[in-house]
Design a binder for this molecule. Structure first.
Ligand code: DAH
Length: 358
């Protein structure tokens, strides 16, 4: 019965190999060596043919038992190894879904953009359109068409950033060329959008034009070399100073509160006649006088006036038929008044601790 001994020895050897194998590859190699087509068990099985016929059933049954036992030994070890590998992988990749996540930082509009939108809402609510014009502008649109005399001090290089000085053939206005003048500059005011609008649209015009303007000022608490204005223009039949006053009173109260009073002071602008500056009653002392309003009870907020007939004529609009009013406000100034900002530069620095408050 040495064949049975050999088979039992093979089984013992299998147990040893299975317990020694530390990798799936090692276990598979051992299985092939014992159970494969050229493996030891196959070799032993072949020897059955040499047994006496009466021995065959007994040895055959034992051989089958051993083969089944050895196969299941390998199979269950392989399964266990795979399970362990899987568990190791899952453990390594585990994500603790109970940990707090990383909140994405969600941005929001800059204070200046918020205020511009608020102003747009006020004027769109009474039927105005929102217009825009180029920031790089010709002196015709920034000054000449707005009735500014050629020697007006604001035209000097101390008050205006020039891009191209007297360069013929640039994007200036034909009339400007005729005057031998075609300067290109960074616009110092949004008032030039009045001209662009009147050149491209027929009255009635009811528009505002928010946008960036530039001046060679050194930044300090109350000045920025680059800031935002909102221009306004109305041109229609029969427009009077009463329309200007009613409209701007509405605007000031919508922006600062229904309890605010307004004051219209005579002033001069080249493009309006008559012109005025508009003050709003101080929100801190309600007109009593305090350090915020420099003890006057009033805070200057807008420039405005009735559109000068020369400006209408420069745009081909008959001042006998149409009249209008215009106004301009500084957006950073409105922000400073609304939120009592001590330094306009904070609006430009990008410091999130400041900006996130609004
Ligand atoms: N452009 C003026 C400025 O920058 C503001 C202004 C005043 C605009 C009166 C107007 C206006 O349209 O009528 O100071």
């Amino acid at each position: 019965m040495s064949l049975i001994d050999d088979l039992e020895q093979l089984e013992a050897q299998a147990r040893e190999l299975v317990s020694e194998a530390s990798t799936e590859e090692g276990l598979e190699a051992a299985r092939v060596a014992l159970l494969g087509r050229k493996g030891e068990l196959t070799g032993l099985m072949r020897m059955m043919g040499k047994l006496a016929p009466e021995e065959r059933p007994l040895v055959g049954r034992r051989a089958n038992e051993i083969r089944a036992a050895v196969e299941s030994l390998f199979n269950s070890r392989m399964e266990a190894m795979r399970r362990e590998a899987q568990e190791r992988r899952l453990a390594a990749e585990a994500i603790d879904i109970t940990l707090p996540g990383t909140r994405p930082a969600i941005g929001h509009q800059h204070l200046i953009s918020q205020i511009i939108e608020e102003i747009e809402d006020v004027f769109c609510g009474i039927g105005y359109t929102v217009e825009s014009g180029p920031q790089v502008e010709s002196s015709y649109y920034n000054f000449t068409a707005l009735n500014a005399p050629t020697d007006h001090p604001s035209r000097s290089a101390r008050d205006t950033f020039y891009v191209v000085d007297n360069a013929p053939g640039s994007v200036s206005h034909p009339e400007e060329h005729a005057h031998g003048e075609s300067d290109i500059l960074l616009r110092t005011q949004t008032s030039g959008v009045q001209i662009h609008t009147m050149e491209t649209q027929e009255p009635p015009i009811y528009m505002i034009a928010p946008g960036r303007v530039f001046r060679p000022d050194t930044a300090d608490a109350s000045h920025l070399p680059q800031f935002n204005q909102v221009e306004g223009l109305v041109v229609d039949r029969g427009i009077t100073f009463g329309d200007l006053k009613g409209t701007l009173d509405h605007f000031v109260r919508a922006m600062f509160g229904e309890d605010r009073r307004t004051r219209y002071r005579p002033h001069f602008f080249p493009f309006t006649e008559p012109s005025c500056e508009i003050d709003v009653s101080c929100g801190v002392c309600h007109g009593e006088g305090c350090s915020f309003c420099k003890h006057s009870g009033w805070i200057e907020i807008l420039g405005a006036g009735m559109v000068d007939p020369n400006v209408l004529m420069n745009c081909g609009i008959d001042p006998e038929e149409f009249s209008g009013f215009a106004f301009g406000a500084g957006v950073e100034r409105i922000a400073a008044l609304r939120y009592d900002l001590p330094d306009l530069r904070t609006l430009m620095t990008g410091d999130m601790r400041f900006l996130a408050q609004f």
